[in-house]
Design a protein. Structure first.
Length: 118
């Protein structure tokens, strides 16, 4: 059974930092491209960052230079370090695991809320 669970969401003030975690089980994590998305109230789901099995990363312009994705294959966990948070970063943050082999499978967590407010 596959489990994808995000944690670490909180209420923080502008300029502060937060680290999100995404713990997985039931998937071959070391073969998965992992990603973080977010969805702000009333807006569409947006891709923020990805990390491949070899550690290659990509970032959306809106978070480049402020957010850092990393993975720990031994712990089957991916992280999102978020620095210099802004009010517009308020959203539900989702973790995604993408597996591409003979077929494509992707899995989602339930999300974790991040609120940035003074």
């Amino acid at each position: 059974q596959v489990h994808i669970v995000e944690s670490g969401g909180a209420l923080v003030q502008p300029g502060e930092s937060l680290r999100l975690s995404c713990a997985t089980s039931g998937i071959p994590f070391e073969w998965a491209t992992m990603a973080w998305y977010r969805q702000a109230p009333g807006k569409q789901l947006n891709l923020l960052t990805t990390i491949t099995t070899t550690g290659r990363t990509t970032y959306a312009d809106s978070v480049k230079g402020r957010f850092t994705i990393s993975r720990d294959n031994a712990k089957k966990t991916v992280y999102l370090q978020m620095d210099n948070l802004k009010p517009e970063d308020k959203a539900v943050y989702y973790c995604n695991a993408l597996l591409q082999g003979g077929s494509v499978s992707d899995y989602w967590g339930p999300g974790t809320q991040v609120t940035v407010s003074s």
